[in-house]
Design a protein around this ligand. Sequence first.
Ligand SMILES: Nc1ncnc2c1ncn2[C@@H]1O[C@H](COP(=O)(O)OP(=O)(O)OP(=O)(O)O)[C@@H](O)[C@H]1O
Ligand SMILES: [Mg+2]
Length: 601
Amino acid sequence: MKAQRITWKEHFRNALWLAKTTLSVTSWHGVIWVLLLPIIGLSSIVLNYFSAQIVQELIHAVEQHISQMPLALFRLFIAYICTELLIKVFTIASRYFELRKNYLFDEKIQIKKLEKIAQLDIQYHEDPEFQSMIERTSSTLGWRGPNAFVAISNFFASTITSVMLVSILLTLEPIIIILLLIPIYLNYLVDKQSGERIWNIWSSNGEDRKHASHALYGLSNLQVLQEAKIYGFANYLIVRFRKAFANFNNRVIAPLTKQSFHYVLTALISVILFTGIHYWLLTQVLQGNLTIGNYTFYLVSLATVSSSFTSLQRYLSMFIEQSPFLQDTRIFFSLQEKIKKPLSPKSVLQMAPKIEFRNVSFKYPNSKKFILKNVSFTISPTEKIAIVGENGAGKSTLVKLLARFYDVTSGEILINDVNIRDIDLTSYYKLWGVLLQRFAQYWFTVRENIGLSNIEDIENTSLVQRAAKHVGADKMINKLTHKYETSLSTDFKDGVELSGGQWQSIGIARGIFADPTFIILDEPTSALDALAEEKVFTEINAATKQATTIIISHRFATIRNVDKVFVLDKGIIVEQGNHQELMIRKGLYYKMFTAQAKGYE
Ligand SMILES: Nc1ncnc2c1ncn2[C@@H]1O[C@H](COP(=O)(O)OP(=O)(O)OP(=O)(O)O)[C@@H](O)[C@H]1O
Ligand SMILES: [Mg+2]
């Protein structure tokens, strides 16, 4: 995120967004809390007023040598007690609603964030800038947002009490207000300057913070911990963490030191001015222009208005410091999908689809390099296709395009002769059974891990069992303590850690469980042993005769029996045909095949 100067108009919009968001997620708890703030402030002014009047009445009674409690004094006394009691009740209520509001905010805002994350396209999630944005969002929603909301609510409350106090002091001497405002303004300038510096540091040192948080995350990740133990690099990570953290902190602390020094100066100016005004008030009493009761009230009001102004300034600065972060999060919540939904989406029939690429070229949004170049092919319904090619040839990218995670840069993808851009993706995804190269491993039970691809039947253990049997995972699962109800994360009670190949068979079972008519397997058996692999393929073929199938694999044994092989080289399809045809051609396929076969001799 670039360092930026934010205009007052934008600050205002950020404040409005924050208030609207917070109040909408905390409902009336938040509203009551906000309203109680000025009520408490105003009650305190009333309390001061009663207290000053009591002094006045007391002096009057003493001067008149009245020893019985005068009725006027008694009434003031009762009013004073009642007000004090009210303030206590309001304060307790305020604390209660504040807690309720905080809990609600925490819960609801995280849900909103998850919903947004789920709504946005995969291409956002592959973008490092977006990842940084999500990371910043965590601190904004965790404490910056709530702090800024406290700031604007108190700013609102302080404005109300300040207006009240100013109108009281105006009856005395207007110039006093101006004198009181001088140190406040100076403080504001100090805060504004250091706030901008801190924001610049935060926004320009993203790398340091990312390093710190990755190191922190890394050392709570089992895979990292295992390697760290064996290679003995835990300390290296800790040092990286410490350096990144210290680098960042050092830069933030410097402006804070300078800020404190400036605060001392403005405090000094403030004390001098306040003393002057107080001295003037004393002379007014001595000259008989002011009663002692009013003197007391004005003096207290002066102190209160001064601290009220200070609060106004502090809250404003507090808000301004957080405002850029709020703006960032506001933008996050307003992000829209990049994959445009068609105006009149066409549903896909629930049967094996025909797939066609017509002169498809593609480069990733933030890159200039074409990953796929002018790719054309047709896959007929129920045809079994394999794609081979070297690492980085563009095979997985092709799958992302088929899933419309990205739109092609040029050319067309047709599903049953309809452009993928006009297709209703929900109906299209219903055809899919997929095992992606980097597939997910859920911390749920075995049953859920398989059942997630067809949520409606996730409770149906016998269906789940059938899918597991198809891919030969059934035996392994039945050996687990709780069989299909075993949790697949050691973070949970009786949870187990599966092997890479076992996970892969769970992943394939998940694909089969979706009852697909379009199957995409991106290196599905790379972690399986040769026997398991053969079995899986026989089973998959038997189970999915009626499905169009694309298999990406580096293992030639796997793909010998497919109908057609596409050979992808640096984004171009250089050969296609079945195994025999390609072997006769003696091209790239032949070269790769014989290289691998040699390894087995
Ligand atoms: N999100 C992305 N942004 C930019 N470039 C990307 C992105 N994802 C992949 N690439 C690049 O696209 C090229 C093709 O990657 P792809 O994953 O499609 O290769 P592959 O053929 O599946 O390789 P492998 O056999 O190793 O799985 C690579 O150079 C890769 O660096
Ligand atoms: Mg790949």
